[in-house]
Structures are given as C-alpha cells and as structure tokens.
Design a protein around this ligand. Structure first.
Ligand code: SF4
Ligand code: SF4
Length: 381
C-alpha cells in the first residue's frame, strides 16, 4: 500500500481507504471481517459519515484497542433521529451526534472532522451563520477534531470552503464522468447536443477546485470513484464504455491534491480486489486509452444510491428503490430475487406523493418524484 500526505494536515493516508457506507445493515462479524481485511492490506484511513448507531458501534468495536493506528474521518452534522439519518446544522444537534460518534468509536477525537455534506449555497451560508463553523473551530482548539474538513459533491461549494480558509481537507466526489461530461452550452447559445461525438474536456470549475486545493495545501479524499458502479458497467456507463476499478482509482489518484480514494466494501473479497490496484501495471491503469473514443453523454440525472436525498417523509428508501429498479431493468424479465426484495420493502414507489423535497437534497439532480412513477409502473406498486 502506498501512503500519501493529505494536503498540509501532516496525515499520511493510505491511497486506498475504507468508506463505511456499505457496512450499514451488516452484522458485527461482517464489519469485523471487512475491517480486518483492510488492516491486512495496509489501509489506515476510515470514513464514517453514517449516523446509524449499529454501524458506528460495529466500526468502533472493530478498531477498538488500535485507535491510534487509524486515521478516523468522522462527520459532524450527520445525526440519527426517529430511526433515520438526518442532516443537522444547529449546534446542539451537531454536538449530540458528535458525542455519539466519539462514544461509539471509544475515542475522544477524530483525525478529520468533516462538515457533513454541503452541496448548496444556502446550506453553506447556514454552516457559517448557525455557529456550526465556530463549533468546529472550538473542537479543533480542544483537540477533539484534529483537522477540519468538508464533504461535498459541488465544485462551487468546494471552492468556497477552500477559499474560506478553515477547511483543511475535502471529501469530494471525483471520477471521469463528473469531470469530463458536464453539459456545456454550445457557443451559439442553442440547445446542447447530449450525443456530441467528442468529450469537451475538463469542466473548468472542477478543474479550478483541484488547482486551488493543490495551491492551498488542502488535501482531497475521494468518494464516488466508480460513480455508484456505473463506470464499471458498459450498459450503464455514461461514456458507453466500461472502465476497470484500477482505471477509475488511477484517474482519481492522478488528480491534483488527491491523496486517497475511499471505497465502500461489503466483503473482504472486495477489499482484496480493490487493492490489486497497488500491483497493477501502467497499461492496466490507463483510463485515457479507454475514454478516448467514448461516446459522450451526460452523467447527471442518474442515481448513485448515495442516500443523501433522505429522509423521505413517506418513508420511501429512495436509494434502495432506485437500485432495485436499475437491477431489474438490466434483464428482459425482472429477476425473482429483485422483485422479492422490492416487495419486501415496507414502503414502495407508489407511496410517493411527488412532493419533490428529496430532489432538493440530491447532488446528482435525479428527478426522483417523476422517477418514482416509472418505478411504481414497473413493479406494479
Ligand atoms: S436520488 Fe440522488 S440523493 Fe437519492 S440516492 Fe439517488 S443519487 Fe443519491
Ligand atoms: S418526492 Fe416522493 S420519494 Fe421524494 S420525498 Fe417526496 S414522497 Fe418521498
């Protein structure tokens, strides 16, 4: 495993890191097995954005007794309310959820304290105005947050946060789809052609984020390296070609300021598969060759199952519903297991009342309300 400096933080992170998101709903033994595999492979950095108590406790127990060996990236502003994940910005709620994180991890500090998931300008303003940012600074002075970071999918927010000066690291969604496929308006102001034959190159705003971070010594840990698995699948890839995991990882690790790629694993085998990157040769890592002739299409509008749109006040598990639908439509007939999983959900797409609230929280501009109608028609409920 290679290790890299995360900006000016002084932290030496493993270039492949463990993102905990897929460990929700797993047993303690399953979580232990994944953490153990990560440890054996030299992974030393762990992200926990989840507020769900069991996954926090399972991860905390998995690293108990060797806390100092791990770089713990915890999120502030991710809370658990009435059995659901909720983003919070008011200081008492942020504090309560942070205390819970520390308790469940048997620790009194996080190495990286991320201001959780800020994708909108008004939300960033709330972070600044609500006392949240002052709370972060205070926690840093107290040594409970060693370094302040921020997680975002938005290049605009990433820039603002870095320019603000307090943020020392980003957890930022990076992959070639996000960087290369932005809809740029045609020069004549007409309607852009989503099937234009050539890539238009790097999105200038995203490019400026990488450069600003490199200039200011702000390190980037990457999320969404595979775009929710889509980049690995020729049928679903926005490029019309499939990349390999090593090509995706290499793309991310070759962006300026990027130190680490955080990957979600459900099994030890997935950990071992991912770290094959460390032994891949240049040819195996070469993503440019694959993307060169790729047909262009737009990436936004596709669900990556990230769950940021929650909570739905009707109780729809939007990410799961979308995932089951996507799994189903890959086949000429819906596989029985997919249908069974869907039918076992407590709430279905047909329960959606199309309020659109989830859409305001979706970083990928998925038209969830409209999509729920499609899913309900597909599964018949
Ligand atoms: S609809 Fe958007 S926020 Fe919700 S899971 Fe899909 S990509 Fe994530
Ligand atoms: S649009 Fe549907 S899925 Fe989204 S929050 Fe409203 S009820 Fe829930």
């Amino acid at each position: 495993m290679q290790y890299r400096k995360l900006g000016n933080t002084g932290l030496n992170v493993s270039e492949i890191a463990l993102g905990g998101e897929w460990l929700e709903r797993k047993s303690e033994a399953e979580v232990f097995a994944v953490v153990d595999a990560a440890r054996r492979c030299g992974i030393n950095t762990l992200d926990c954005f989840m507020s769900e108590p069991n996954v926090r406790a399972n991860l905390g127990n998995a690293i108990k007794g060797e806390r100092e060996k791990w770089i713990l990236q915890g999120h502030l502003g991710s809370a658990w309310r009435n059995g659901r994940y909720l983003r919070v910005r008011d200081v008492p709620s942020v504090e309560e959820a942070f205390e819970d994180l520390l308790t469940r991890f048997h620790t009194d500090y996080v190495d990286l304290g991320m201001i959780h998931f800020v994708d909108r300008l008004d939300d960033w303003q709330t972070v600044l105005d609500s006392g949240f940012i002052d709370y972060m600074i205070e926690q840093k002075k107290l040594g409970r947050v060693k370094h302040i970071g921020l997680s975002t999918h938005s290049a605009e927010i990433a820039r603002l946060a870095v320019e603000h000066g307090v943020v020392e690291a980003l957890l930022y969604s990076v992959n070639p789809g996000y960087d290369l496929l932005t809809e740029l308006p045609p020069p004549d102001g007409g309607i852009s052609d989503p099937y234009a034959p050539a890539l238009r190159g790097m999105d200038p705003l995203r490019d400026s984020v990488y450069r600003l971070c490199a200039e200011r010594g702000v390190g980037i840990n990457v999320m969404k390296c595979f775009g929710g698995g889509r980049l690995l699948d020729v049928e679903r890839s926005p490029f019309g070609v499939a990349l390999t995991p090593s090509q995706c990882i290499h793309y991310c690790l070759t962006r300026p300021a990027v130190a680490s790629v955080m990957l979600g694993f459900e099994t030890p085998e997935q950990v071992y598969d991912a770290v094959r990157y460390e032994d891949a040769n240049d040819d195996e890592k070469d993503y440019a060759r694959v993307l060169f002739d790729a047909p262009r299409s737009t990436y936004f509008g596709h669900c990556t199952y990230c769950g940021h749109c929650q909570p739905c006040h009707k109780g729809v598990d939007i990410a799961m519903v979308n995932k089951l639908y996507d799994l189903g439509i890959q086949h000429s007939e819906t596989p029985a297991t997919v249908r069974e999983h869907y039918e076992a959900l407590a709430v279905h797409a047909s329960d959606c009342i199309h309020c659109g609230l989830c859409e305001t929280r979706c970083p990928f501009h998925v038209r969830v309300a409209e999509h729920m109608k499609t899913v309900a028609r597909y599964f018949g409920k």
